[in-house]
Design a protein around this ligand. Structure first.
Ligand SMILES: Cc1cc2nc3c(=O)[nH]c(=O)nc-3n(C[C@H](O)[C@H](O)[C@H](O)COP(=O)(O)OP(=O)(O)OC[C@H]3O[C@@H](n4cnc5c(N)ncnc54)[C@H](O)[C@@H]3O)c2cc1C
Length: 451
């Protein structure tokens, strides 16, 4: 019997899981996929926003600013990289820049200023000189969104939380002050309070809980990933429009460059990349920058923003008792996640001193012996330590997100099969049973060919 059962292992569910364990609660995290961070939390810009963008007075504004404040300490405790590199919104409409500055100040964002010409061009040498002004936000930063999610969940598990993967909920019964949750593979979990943090899957769980179903909208964002280079050293946005923050160029926490995201309203959840979307990125980036190193593109991907009205929804369900609804967590949801966890802890009455946590060790075993991923220089020992890490990841993408094997120039062309072999050996399964990411998504066909 758990005090709390959290549905959804994205950054929001993982942050709540971690916070609740820190506050001494007995918590289970139920994730339908085989690992955490397989939804929006793996496919975004990885920006810890400063907080000038959201409308003053909204939950988004409040939680963005608070989340940003929490990042340094949290990432230090979790042993993951966080870089406060700053961000710029460039545009010659000074009125609009001043509006953003004023909104940022109202939201409580520190370190905002407007910079011009030489100072701006020095910060972004590849920016076209027709851009003469920018809002500079000193407190914006970079984090790996999936490493943050993984680290939050790992620390929770090391300290007594339970994470169950491949958990497809079939039925939920309510009896005597508790929920009885049944999975399709006959696991049963009981909990007193449930938290629905399933992102795009919100209504599936709400329906089973007989809780409030909500109108959800999807907006896809496509990206190009560039190999590590110094095209930009901080995040550069154009002026925002009603579709969002616009197509930006940013370094990632690992030193790659991202160009994107687009903003396309779609009817159903779909993470395809499209010719139109990618051309849109090239066009927008070429309009802002000179010397764009398109020859360094190594990958493209897309993520889907889930919205429900204009603001985040974080509230007690109005139809079902003891259910917390978390819905419409689009940008700045990554930044806000630590603050959302604080807010939900407060809502359920979990207060007081955090317990002394055993900190995660990570998998940064110094490369020695055999190298498996040549592009990212990942050793066999690192891969083995990731496979045997607290969440027991069993997919190729799970290993990739932990130690970067397959993230480099060749995108796994050389190392994929060796990673599969190591997973198969450690899990005691056949090579053709190793999934790329999803259940049933085997990397190898039984004939020994790649999927
Ligand atoms: C293109 C794009 C760019 C973005 N850029 C930024 C940014 O730079 N900075 C920022 O702060 N925010 C950004 N965001 C927003 C941020 O990515 C999201 O707010 C955040 O990842 C949402 O996390 P989540 O946990 O709510 O959702 P998700 O990460 O989608 O997690 C939901 C989880 O629930 C699981 N699930 C679904 N159904 C079920 C079920 N029935 N049972 C159990 N589990 C289930 C899913 O498998 C998934 O793991 C961006 C988003 C997108 C799409």
């Amino acid at each position: 019997m758990y005090d709390y059962v959290i549905f959804g292992g994205g950054v929001v569910g993982a942050a709540i899981f971690n916070k609740f364990v820190r506050l001494g609660a007995k918590v289970a995290l139920l994730e339908k996929e085989l690992d955490v961070a397989t939804g929006a939390s793996k496919a975004n810009s990885g920006l810890v926003h400063a907080g000038f963008d959201a409308e003053t007075g909204t939950l988004k504004a409040k939680l963005n600013v608070r989340g940003n404040e929490l990042f340094e300490k949290l990432c230090q405790e979790l042993g993951i990289k966080f870089k406060r590199t700053g961000a710029l919104v460039v545009g010659n409409d000074e009125e609009k820049l001043k509006e953003l500055l004023a909104r940022g100040k109202k939201n409580g964002v520190k370190g905002l200023s407007i910079i011009r010409e030489e100072k701006l061009w020095k910060l972004v040498p590849n920016l076209r000189h027709e851009y003469k002004s920018a809002l500079y936000a000193k407190t914006a930063g970079l984090v790996s969104p999936y490493m943050l999610t993984i680290a939050l969940a790992e620390e929770a598990v090391i300290n007594g939380g339970q994470a169950l993967f491949g958990f497809t909920t079939k039925k939920i019964e309510k009896a005597k002050g508790c929920f009885k949750i049944y999975s399709s593979d006959k696991r049963v979990v009981e909990g007193k309070v449930v938290i629905n943090a399933t992102g795009a899957g919100y209504n599936d769980i709400a329906r089973l809980l007989k809780a409030e179903e909500r109108e959800i909208r999807f907006r896809r964002g496509e990206y190009y990933v560039l190999d590590k280079c110094d095209f930009v050293n901080l995040t550069v946005f154009p002026l925002p429009t009603k579709l969002g923050k616009g197509i930006l160029a940013t370094p990632t926490a690992s030193g790659n460059i991202l160009l994107g995201p687009t903003a396309e309203d779609i009817l159903e959840f779909d993470t395809a990349t499209t010719m139109g979307g990618l051309e849109n990125i090239s066009g927008s980036i070429t309009a802002m920058f000179d010397n764009v190193p398109f020859d360094k593109i190594i990958r493209e991907y897309s993520g889907v923003r889930v919205s429900c009205g204009d603001d985040f929804v974080i509230e007690w369900d109005k139809k079902a008792e003891r259910v917390v609804d978390i819905c419409g967590i689009n940008s700045p949801g990554l930044t806000s996640a630590p603050a959302i966890a604080e807010m939900v802890a407060e809502m359920v009455g979990l207060r007081g001193q955090e317990k002394k946590m055993i900190r995660r060790k990570g998998y940064a075993v110094k490369v020695k012996g055999e190298i498996v991923c040549r592009c990212e220089k990942v050793g066999k020992n690192e891969i083995l330590s990731a496979i045997n890490s607290p969440l027991k990841p069993c997919t190729v993408d799970g290993i990739k997100r932990r130690v970067r094997a397959g993230m480099g120039k060749c995108q796994g062309g050389y190392c994929l099969i060796d990673v599969c072999r190591l997973i198969a050996r450690e899990r005691g399964i056949k090579l053709e049973e190793v999934n790329k990411e999803h259940e049933g998504g085997a990397v190898m066909l039984s004939g020994g060919k790649y999927e």
